[in-house]
Design a protein around this ligand. Structure first.
Ligand code: UDP
Ligand code: MG
Length: 337
């Protein structure tokens, strides 16, 4: 018997895979993933492949896989929405009792599912992969990641485990709690940490990408890093305020000095000190404004309440059918609800 999302019973495990230009990885990923899923669940599995607006052969490959295996659900988003939203779409649509989140590039070995399942049988609600080693990543990526986790640990209000990506197994209960969070700007690993419950790490070695290139350019990575910190902490705002207090104290002291000099000393010179003061003060002001602006921008994005993602097509049981506009809205609205 096959457990599909339309059947009465749920698949035991759903794997959710966001894919952006991953044509070269897709077949191998599918083969390895399906193999381990079969081992773990018999035929009670589901693989949700989300095409995040790829420009290469990813979508045709997905269709082919979905035609061959009725347990595969292929989802095409209306355009590129970014990793975290593509993942959110897959999480919204999957139906399994346990949910495996995995990247398409085989950096995270699907075979670890067996160990994750064992930990979950022992009572864990969330098992997250934690990297012991990062093969095939540049010196810069490793160092910047280390600096980032250092900052995140100090700034974020909750403990977000370090060296942890989105590779993890979650229970349906944990996923439903995650899906209940409506925010637009989704830093999923942090949101999962926020859920709490019994979370356990599984140490593993991260492999180099099987094929293709990382989709995270330096600029995207910095954006992701900033959003990770600002989603989980208002500490930067407090630092801004503290900076303001510190500079004000300096200003009062220097005002005293200025008045004293004006009254008792014969002063005309002082261009250097005026310039220095002005430059430092305007620098600090711009920095503080920038921090406030960052948070204001986030509020702006949230209040628009746009759908998180738009779906173009969903293929289930091998049937390709374009999603009607109403249905797109339905899914989108659900995703926000
Ligand atoms: N991805 C996506 N949309 C994007 C960028 C990436 O769905 O806009 C997917 C990508 O196909 C991969 C996963 O997200 O499956 C992680 O991306 P990547 O491997 O490029 O990130 P890295 O491992 O280098 O951090
Ligand atoms: Mg990768």
């Amino acid at each position: 018997m096959t457990a599909t999302s339309h059947g009465g019973d749920r698949p035991a495990v759903s794997a959710v895979v966001p894919c952006f230009n991953e044509a070269k990885n897709l077949f191998l990923l599918y083969r390895r993933l399906a193999k381990v899923l079969k081992q773990e669940t018999g035929n009670h599995y589901e693989i949700v492949l989300v095409d995040d607006g790829s420009k290469d052969e990813t979508w045709p490959h997905m269709l082919e896989i979905a035609k061959r295996d009725v347990n595969v659900v292929a989802v095409r988003l209306s355009r590129n929405h970014g990793h975290q939203l593509a993942l959110s779409a897959g999480l919204k649509l999957c139906t399994g009792d346990r949910i495996l989140i995995i990247d398409a590039d085989l950096q995270d070995p699907p075979e670890l599912l067996a160990d994750m399942m064992a930990l979950m049988d022992n009572g864990a609600q969330i098992v997250y992969g934690q990297r012991r080693r990062r093969a095939g990543e540049t010196w810069f990526k490793r160092k910047s990641a280390a600096l980032y986790y250092f900052l995140l640990e100090r700034l974020a209000d909750i403990a977000i485990p370090r060296d942890t990506g989105d590779f993890r197994l979650m229970s349906r209960r944990a996923l439903d709690l995650l899906l209940a969070m409506p925010e637009q700007q989704r830093f999923i690993r942090g949101m999962v940490a926020w859920v709490g419950l019994d979370q356990r790490p599984l140490l593993y070695d991260r492999h180099p990408r099987h094929a293709g290139e990382t989709k995270y350019t330096l600029v995207k990575m910095i954006g992701f890093a900033i959003s990770g910190i600002t989603s989980f902490s208002v500490t930067p705002l407090r630092i801004a305020a503290a900076l303001g207090v510190f500079v004000s104290i300096l200003a009062v002291l220097s005002l005293g000095h200025t008045i004293f000099s004006w009254l008792f000393l014969d002063t005309v010179s002082g261009w250097t000190s005026v310039m220095t003061g002005m430059l430092v003060l305007s620098g600090v002001q711009l920095l503080v404004l920038g921090i406030i602006g960052e948070y204001l921008g986030r509020v702006y994005v949230e209040v628009k309440k746009r759908p998180l993602f738009l779906i173009d097509t969903i293929v289930r049981n091998g049937d390709a059918s374009a999603v009607q506009t109403a249905e797109i809205q339905h899914h989108a609205a659900e995703a926000v609800a």
